[in-house]
Write a protein that binds this ligand. Structure first.
Ligand code: GCO
Ligand code: MN
Ligand code: MN
Length: 392
């Protein structure tokens, strides 16, 4: 029998060169694994069943490479894409590693740093576009501070807006078919990063010159670090039509940025996320790339890296299968629908004197409403049993 959890192109699973290529260094210790050649990564990803690959400009072409080196590297990578059939599903700019960006890139006080950042981003956009990327992610890892003693945070917001407006116009000028996806994170590497959550970004996007070109790229770990519900953040992005990309991984609240294998922590959160993305919970599904922005434990060798990659995809598919089973279980449907069919809701959409009168005439007994049990304990226990695999 074929493996029902084997990944296919339809799953749109993707990994970054920096994720499976992560050599296992941390602030306290040196790398435990050797760097991997990009084309080797492509071959191994294709073998594991991934659909796409992503990269920062520098993951592929080292910062400061000569034009000749650049051309050679890109040529080799292009051939690797053709050989493996992988697509470039997203590109991004590294605006955090070089010391020039130590106090911000687009939000830096020094206009020379901002100019360098915008120029580097234009080059990264062109690089991505030339390899087929239609989504460019901006994660402002250095856009923040340890102290607010100098920069007025309002200035940072204005500068970020100018940078996004500038770069949207650049994409239009170049006629690239590309949108931007902005990624929030509350802290790490900065003490505090501006636009700390997906919600902050969703508002910011409405203030741009081309809001239609810009969406969000929420990451499990980042909202969880902020102590927030990732499912609710993703839901808000989807409802706003702004979920352009997603970074899947796992994270325990209150810890440093862990970038764990998808599903390695908070399985219930992962389950509800998959219900949302797959549309089993109701409403529309997400059709963009399912990107795993995570890395293998530092304890692993290369074999462990591919175990990690297969594990991310397999857990997603198992959760999707469990989600479909849960959401089509007649008992679950019954428990979820109990209060959904009604004739009052239409009255609550648009104000009119008639609607007001009809609402005021309703004989509502607040005490009866308050005394009623909602059976959420039962529903949640059923969910737990689906997750534990004892109910089908
Ligand atoms: C992190 C971020 C990054 C970004 C990546 C894409 O916490 O380091 O999640 O991995 O997603 O830089 O721009
Ligand atoms: Mn992250
Ligand atoms: Mn990320």
């Amino acid at each position: 029998m074929s493996d029902p959890y084997a990944p296919t192109a339809d799953d749109r699973f993707t990994f970054g060169l920096w994720t499976v290529g992560n050599p296992g260094a941390d602030p306290f210790g040196r790398p435990t694994r050797k760097p991997m050649e990009p084309v080797h990564v492509l071959r191994k990803l294709a073998e594991a069943g991934a659909w796409g690959v992503n990269f920062h400009d520098e993951d592929l072409v080292p910062f400061g490479a000569s034009p000749g080196e650049r051309e050679e590297i890109i040529g080799r990578f292009k051939a690797g894409l053709e050989e493996t059939g992988l697509v470039v599903s997203m590109s991004t700019t590294n605006l955090f590693s070089h010391p020039a960006f130590k106090d911000g890139a687009f939000t830096a006080d020094d206009p020379a740093v901002r100019a360098l950042a915008v120029t580097k981003a234009m080059d990264a956009i062109d690089l991505g576009a030339s390899l087929g990327s239609h989504i460019h992610v901006f994660w402002g890892g250095r856009e923040g501070c340890e102290t607010d003693a100098r920069r007025d945070p309002r200035q940072a917001i204005k500068r970020m807006r100018s940078a996004m407006d500038f770069l949207c116009d650049y994409v239009l000028e170049r006629e690239h078919e590309m949108v931007f996806a902005l990624e929030a994170k509350p802290n790490e590497p900065r003490g505090d990063i501006y636009f700390s959550t997906t919600g902050h970004l969703l508002h910011f996007i409405t203030t741009l010159e081309h809001p239609e070109m810009v969406g969000v790229n929420p990451e499990v770990a980042h909202e969880t670090m902020a102590g927030l519900s990732f499912v609710h953040s993703v839901a808000q992005a989807m409802e706003a039509g702004k979920l352009f990309h997603i970074d899947l991984n796992a994270q325990n609240i209150g810890r440093f940025d862990q970038d764990l294998r998808f599903g390695a922590a908070d399985l219930k959160g992962a389950f509800n996320l998959v219900r949302l993305l797959e549309g089993t919970m109701g409403g529309f599904a997400y059709h963009g790339p399912r990107h795993f922005d995570a890395h293998a434990y530092r304890t692993e060798d290369e074999e462990g890296v591919w175990e990690f990659a297969r594990g991310c995809m397999r857990t997603y598919k198992i959760l999707a299968e469990r989600a479909r089973a849960f959401d089509t279980d007649p008992e679950v449907i019954g428990l979820r629908q109990e209060f959904q069919e009604d004739f009052v809701s239409p009255l609550l959409i648009d104000y009119s004197p008639e609607a007001e009168a009809a609402l005021r005439e309703m004989a509502i007994d607040p005490d009866a409403l308050g005394a009623r049990g909602l059976h959420l304990e039962k529903l949640d226990q059923i969910m737990t049993e689906y997750l534990l695999g004892v109910r089908d």
